[in-house]
Design a protein around this ligand. Structure first.
Ligand SMILES: [Zn+2]
Length: 237
């Protein structure tokens, strides 16, 4: 909250103090996201994946060397290229909308108009503030508006948005909003329950805490429907 108050009540330009770096650092440590959209540059995909890998590798090599590591060692020699490939082709491939899974809808032939819950979807993603993993379970639900979707597509959509540098609040909202668009209904619920390595392995070193985020749209904002969903996922399972 502190940072929000500063932003809204203190006109930075009039103060002639450049607080932007300070605010950004504070924002990162508190794990706040600035918008629902992942901040992307306009030229994000002007170069190919292969060009990105070739460009990232020397930068990662430089970081290792600055840390003092000897890249002549056989164990380390391949690391810069390995990391570059992993970033572009695996961990962050969801940055590129071209990698969004296809979402085929089917007619709801059974006229099933109750809640559908897909729970315990494992996800792995990386914190955009520290570039270390956070991971856990996603639980998603919808009430069909007449269309249904293959169950595995729910997992794929969670995976797609996870393959970006992320903030858990944004990840949860991106999945929720995408499901609303795909399924053509507002009646969507998403809950994510995650452990953050940037909290457990560094900083305050708290390895017992979990972070829970939710997105409730349409009927899921009503107490009865929300409670039904929460009962099904019973996250203490
Ligand atoms: Zn972090």
């Amino acid at each position: 909250m502190k940072q929000k108050e500063t932003l809204s009540t203190t006109p930075l330009k009039e103060q002639h103090i450049d607080l932007s770096n300070l605010l950004l650092e504070e924002m990162g440590d508190e794990h706040k996201a600035s918008s629902v959209e992942t901040p992307l540059r306009a030229d994000a995909f002007d170069i190919s994946d292969e060009e990105k890998i070739a460009a990232i590798a020397p930068h990662f090599k430089a970081i290792m060397e600055i840390l003092g590591m000897d890249l002549k060692d056989d164990s380390l020699r391949g690391t810069p290229l390995r990391v570059a490939k992993m970033y572009v082709k695996e961990l962050f491939q969801g940055l590129n909308p071209a990698n969004m899974p296809s979402m085929t809808l089917f007619e709801n032939k059974f006229q099933y108009n109750e809640m559908l819950v897909e729970k315990n979807i494992n996800f792995y993603t990386n914190c955009e503030h520290h570039f270390v993993p956070f991971f856990g379970k996603a639980h998603v639900a919808y009430i069909s508006s007449g269309k249904v979707i293959g169950l595995s597509k729910l997992n794929r959509l969670v995976e797609y948005f996870s393959k970006r540098p992320q903030v858990q609040e944004r990840l949860t909202m991106q999945i929720g909003k995408a499901l609303q668009t795909v399924l053509q209904t507002q009646d969507i619920a998403v809950m994510m329950d995650a452990k953050h390595l940037c909290v457990s392995s560094r900083g305050v070193k708290d390895d017992s805490s979990n972070t829970i985020t939710t997105y409730f749209g349409g009927k899921f904002q009503e107490e009865n429907t929300k409670n039904e969903f929460l009962k099904y996922i019973d996250i203490n399972d």
